[in-house]
Design a protein around this ligand. Structure first.
Ligand SMILES: [Zn+2]
Ligand SMILES: [Zn+2]
Ligand SMILES: [Zn+2]
Ligand SMILES: [Zn+2]
Length: 310
C-alpha cells in the first residue's frame, strides 16, 4: 500500500516495521518500540507525535523546512524580516539584523500566534468576498442567457473562470491551514503559516488584477441627430388616428351568393330591350355658323339643358 508508513529508525537498521506514530519534528514514522525510545531520550522526548491517520491529513501539504538557497534546514528566525533563515542566510542577507533568534524560540505557541489568526481571518474574508463576486457574475450571466450578446457572455464566462480558480485555491489553503493547526508540529505550523500567507498574498494580488481588468457592459441607445432635432421641435412623434373601413374579408357563402347574382341579372335592363319613341320636337335658334352640341341633360325641374360649342 502506498500510504504504508515505515518506522524510520528501524528502516535505518534495514528492519522493515510499520510505523504506528509520526514524529512531526523528525518527520518520520515510529513503531511502538521506537516510540518508547523516542519518548525516553532527552533531545526527542518533547517531540510532538501524531497518529498515522492524522499524518495522512497533512502528508500532501508541502511546508518547506529547508532553505532553497542554501539547501540547509531552517534553524533561525529573523524578527526584522519575519522570515525563517538557515545558517547560510545570516552572513549574506541578515548580517546587520540584530534580532535573529533560534527557530524553536520563535515557533513556541505557533497555534496561538497573531500571524496564524491574521491568516485565518484573511482567508475567511477573501473567500467570502470572492464568493459574493462570483454569485454576482453568475446572476449577470443568467440575465444574458437568452440574449444574442455572445461577446458579453464569453467575457463573463472567462471572468468567472479567472475568479473560480483562486477561490478554489484559497479554499484549499484554508483547509491546509486548519489541518496544519490540528496536526502539524510547531515548526511546521510556524513555517506553514508564513508560506501559506505568501501564497494567499499572491492569490489576492492576482484576483485584484483580474477585477481591475474586468469589463463592465452598459448598453446605451444614441438617437440619430435628425430624430433628436425633430424631437426638440415637437413634443411628440405624431398622432394616431383610427380609420374604420370594411374588412373585405374573403368570406363567401357560395349558395347565397349565386342566388343573389341570378336575382340581380333579372332586374337589370338590357339595352336591347329599350324602345325609342318621339315625344316632342323643337328648334334651336342661334345666330352665326353651325354649332356643335356637346351634351344635354334633363334638370330636376323638367327643363332640358343643352351645352354647345360654336
Ligand atoms: Zn522526533
Ligand atoms: Zn522502530
Ligand atoms: Zn539559507
Ligand atoms: Zn533579517
Amino acid at each position: 500500500m502506498s500510504d504504508l508508513i515505515l518506522c524510520g529508525p528501524c528502516d535505518y537498521a534495514d528492519n522493515n516495521k510499520k510505523g504506528e506514530k509520526w514524529c512531526t519534528v523528525c518527520e518520520e514514522g515510529l513503531c511502538a518500540d521506537c516510540e518508547k525510545v523516542h519518548k525516553s531520550i532527552k533531545t526527542t522526548r518533547n517531540h510532538r507525535l501524531i497518529s498515522i491517520e492524522d499524518y495522512h491529513q497533512i502528508q500532501n501539504i508541502s511546508v518547506s523546512l529547508n532553505c532553497e538557497d542554501h539547501d540547509k534546514r531552517f534553524e533561525l528566525y529573523c524578527i526584522t524580516h519575519d522570515v525563517a533563515v538557515c545558517l547560510g542566510c545570516v552572513p549574506s542577507h541578515h548580517r546587520t539584523c540584530s534580532d535573529v533568534i533560534f527557530l524553536d524560540k520563535a515557533d513556541a505557541n505557533a497555534k496561538q500566534s497573531t500571524a496564524l489568526a491574521d491568516l485565518e481571518d484573511t482567508l475567511t474574508l477573501t473567500i467570502q468576498n470572492l464568493e459574493q463576486i462570483i454569485a454576482d457574475c453568475d446572476s449577470a450571466l443568467e440575465k444574458l442567457e437568452n440574449t444574442k450578446y455572445d461577446d458579453c457572455k464569453s467575457e463573463e464566462n472567462k471572468l468567472l473562470t479567472r475568479l473560480k480558480n483562486p477561490e478554489r485555491d484559497l479554499s484549499n489553503l484554508r483547509e491546509q491551514t486548519s489541518q496544519l493547526k490540528s496536526f502539524a508540529s510547531d515548526i511546521q505550523l510556524f513555517l506553514g503559516t508564513r508560506q501559506i500567507n505568501e501564497a494567499v498574498f499572491k492569490e489576492v494580488e492576482s484576483v485584484k488584477e483580474t477585477i481591475k481588468c474586468a469589463q463592465n457592459y452598459q448598453m446605451n441607445l444614441t438617437l440619430n441627430p435628425s430624430i433628436m432635432a425633430l424631437m426638440n421641435e415637437s413634443d411628440q412623434f405624431g398622432k394616431i388616428s383610427v380609420k374604420t373601413t370594411t374588412t373585405n374579408l374573403p368570406f363567401k357563402e357560395a349558395k347565397v351568393d349565386q342566388a343573389q347574382i341570378k336575382h340581380r341579372v333579372s332586374d337589370m335592363k338590357n339595352i336591347k330591350n329599350v324602345r325609342l319613341q318621339l315625344k316632342n320636337k323643337f328648334e334651336v335658334n342661334i345666330k352665326g355658323g353651325p354649332i356643335w352640341l356637346t351634351g344635354c341633360t334633363m334638370l330636376p325641374n323638367g327643363n332640358l339643358l343643352i351645352a354647345y360649342g360654336v
